[in-house]
Design a protein around this ligand. Structure first.
Ligand code: CAA
Length: 284
């Protein structure tokens, strides 16, 4: 099935990014948020990102308008009924996601494919809550979505080949390189990235080096765009902690155990960039 119209649930950081890349690829988008305030905030983020592209000469004003014209915002799940693909990027809470999928399953046309942008929750469990487990997969994008070239397409034991092929074609249409993986906590990227971030926090905790030196070591020694502590601030300390807990719970491997320093910082509300404070201070 060719994806001509996509319904996106959630217009936060990830949902607004998926909205932008889909509309840029010529796909009609209906994006749903739970209330008007969240919706306006998310749509403003899309507009700002497009304005940035205009200011850099990558898009002209007419192109920006054409992209925005392909996007419709809504607070009603019913307005997603005729979409070919539903991409869900709501809060990382399995019961909340399952509740939404049950509602979508009742409302959205029966040929439509469902995909979750979850970074670590079980796609299989979400799929099993619907009457279309064969038409269910993961589509895991990376932050910032307009910049990062990867999407992980996640197959469960029930995902049909036709669903996988349509999800892969969609990922390529929105300009991403697709890697395929099975439904296992963290997929490929977070399974490898999270222990690296946790080890960097352990190194800081053990006084191996300052945060600046740990970050510079990895940036300049390995060519990474951000050091691990800077990247943890970018991803969110709460998000990193949450993913680590899921990975640890599954694998019972000490590499996935959250270091006490991370736990303490999360408890203190030092969530990273979004909170104005993480390993670094962003209040200014
Ligand atoms: N939206 C759109 N474009 C953006 C952007 C955004 N939010 N942020 C940056 N850009 C664009 C800029 O316009 C710029 O474009 P040009 O090169 O065409 O001028 C380019 O990206 C580089 O930006 P900057 O010059 O402002 O800054 P930078 O060079 O420091 O790059 C960065 C910023 C792209 C974020 C880079 O630091 C980077 O790649 N960091 C690593 C990000 C990463 O690892 N993300 C994955 C996190 S893990 C995840 O998301 C999954 C999960 O489940 C937790």
């Amino acid at each position: 099935m060719e994806i001509k119209k996509i319904g996106i649930c959630g217009c936060g950081l990830m949902g607004s990014g998926i909205t932008e890349v889909s509309a840029k690829a010529g796909i009609s988008v209906v994006v749903r948020e739970v209330n008007d305030d969240f919706l306006s905030e998310g749509l403003a983020r899309v507009e700002q990102s497009l304005a940035r592209a205009v200011s850099k000469g990558k898009l002209d004003e007419a192109g920006k308008k054409a992209v925005l014209d392909r996007i419709t915002g809504t607070t009603k799940v019913e307005n997603l009924a005729d979409c070919d693909l539903i991409c869900e990027a709501v809060i990382e809470n399995l019961p909340e996601k399952i509740k939404l999928y049950r509602q979508l399953d009742e409302t959205v046309k029966k040929e439509a494919i469902f995909a979750s942008n979850t970074s670590s929750l079980s796609i299989t469990e979400m799929a099993a809550a619907t009457r279309r487990p064969g038409q269910f997969c993961g589509l895991h994008f990376f932050n910032p979505v307009p910049v990062m070239k990867l999407v992980e397409v996640v197959k469960t034991v029930a995902t049909s080949e036709a669903t996988f092929a349509a999800a892969k074609a969609f990922g390529e249409k929105v300009g991403k390189v697709v890697v395929s993986c099975k439904d296992t906590p963290g997929f490929v990227v977070n399974r490898l990235l999270v222990p690296y971030l946790l080890d960097a926090i352990r190194a800081l905790q053990d006084g191996v080096a300052t945060k600046e030196d740990i970050d510079n070591a990895m940036k300049l020694g390995c060519g990474y765009p951000m050091g691990p502590l800077e990247l943890t601030d970018f991803v969110g300390l709460d998000t990193t902690y949450y993913i680590a807990e899921i990975l640890f719970d599954e694998f019972k491997d000490h590499h996935y155990a959250a270091p006490p320093l991370l736990k303490a910082m999360v408890k203190a509300g030092y969530y990273g960039r979004k909170a104005g404070r993480g390993f670094y201070d962003y209040s200014k």
